[in-house]
Design a protein around this ligand. Structure first.
Ligand code: R5P
Length: 318
């Protein structure tokens, strides 16, 4: 029986290219049930029977329309539930708002908690995501969350570079577990940690102040969960360069590249940046001489296949 007979794939407008690539690997079709009403409201009308089927909804809640993409996801879940789907899985390769995961000051929401609760409330069976900004967020809701790692996709490419005298650097202290994991996987000589200060009164402003670790004469790989405006990674790279690194490359799971990110990267000490396509890859990113995108579609297709057939996915979690 072709895979498509057992389950239905849906996508919204967030990253239809990734959804189509996943569908190709699974030898099935992906349906996009989203249109817009004249007043801007989202309309969902799923074109196929869902009764007693498993439904996988592939939709990162990412730029450029984070909030609209979230609404699309919620409405697709609701439509699938009301159409008597058997199990409904939200495959959210990039979960927006995940950096707002604590009350970092007075009179602010814990945005990540409320939004994850909304996804659960809409009626999902489980959520699959990639590199949640902080893993304790899984505790915000009761339904299962499979948090996969971008390293599964990025490490084979990084290994193929055969970098000698390699040091893995984290551009901030929150990224130390990730840097340690990459160091193990790539058999690096050690890790370095950049100390960054955020100005909470200004959005997206970070400054690299100090670092721990010896990068003198070393090839340095900086790893992070995401590159947004590029401030964190470029600030860190410039400090690492000043401390005598021989070369610097970077790897991040989510290449958001908003605002000045690409300009910053182009004029930074970073030679190459590897990202996955959890979020849509724009023409500008494709044309950027320093950015290389490696598709995460095979990983997500395999996850969908294993969820559907009831196999373990823990071996995919590097
Ligand atoms: C922060 O804790 C994250 O892991 C990223 O380092 C950060 O959000 C990236 O943002 P930007 O590229 O705007 O500095």
């Amino acid at each position: 029986m072709p895979q498509g007979d057992k389950f239905i794939l849906l996508t919204g407008r967030a990253n239809p290219k990734l959804a189509t690539d996943i569908a190709k690997i699974l030898k099935t079709k992906v349906h996009n049930p989203i249109t817009k009403f004249s007043d801007g409201e989202t309309r969902v009308k799923i074109p196929v029977n869902l009764r007693n089927r498993d439904v996988f909804i592939i939709q990162p809640t990412c730029p450029p329309e984070v909030d609209s993409f979230l609404i699309e996801l919620l409405l697709m879940i609701d439509a699938a539930r009301r159409a008597s789907a058997d199990r409904i899985y939200a495959v959210v390769p990039y979960l927006g708002y995940s950096r707002q995961d604590r009350k970092e000051g007075p009179r602010v929401p814990i945005s990540s908690a409320i939004l994850t609760e909304m996804i659960e409330y809409a009626g999902v069976t489980a959520i699959s995501t990639v590199d949640l900004h902080s893993e304790p967020q899984q505790g915000f809701i009761k339904c299962p969350i499979d948090n996969l790692y971008g390293s599964y996709t990025l490490v084979p490419k990084l290994r193929s570079l055969k970098l000698k005298n390699l040091v893995i650097a984290s551009p901030d202290k929150g990224g130390v577990p990730k840097a340690t994991a990459y160091a193990k996987l790539l058999k690096a000589h050690g890790i370095a940690i950049v100390y960054k200060e955020r100005d909470l009164s200004i959005n997206n402003r970070a400054e690299a102040l100090e670092m721990i670790g010896d990068v003198g004469g070393k090839n340095v790989l900086m790893v992070d969960d995401m590159i947004d405006t590029g401030g964190t990674i470029c600030e860190a790279a410039n400090l690492i360069k000043k401390r005598g690194a021989k070369s610097i490359i970077a790897a991040a799971t989510h290449g958001l590249f908003t605002g000045p990110a690409l300009e910053r990267i182009n004029s930074s000490a970073i030679e190459k940046v590897f990202v996955t396509d959890t979020v849509p890859v724009t023409e500008t990113v494709l044309k950027s001489p320093k950015v290389k995108v490696i598709t995460i579609a095979p990983l997500l297709a395999e996850v969908i296949r294993r969820i559907q057939s009831g196999e373990s996915i823990s071996s995919l979690i590097l």
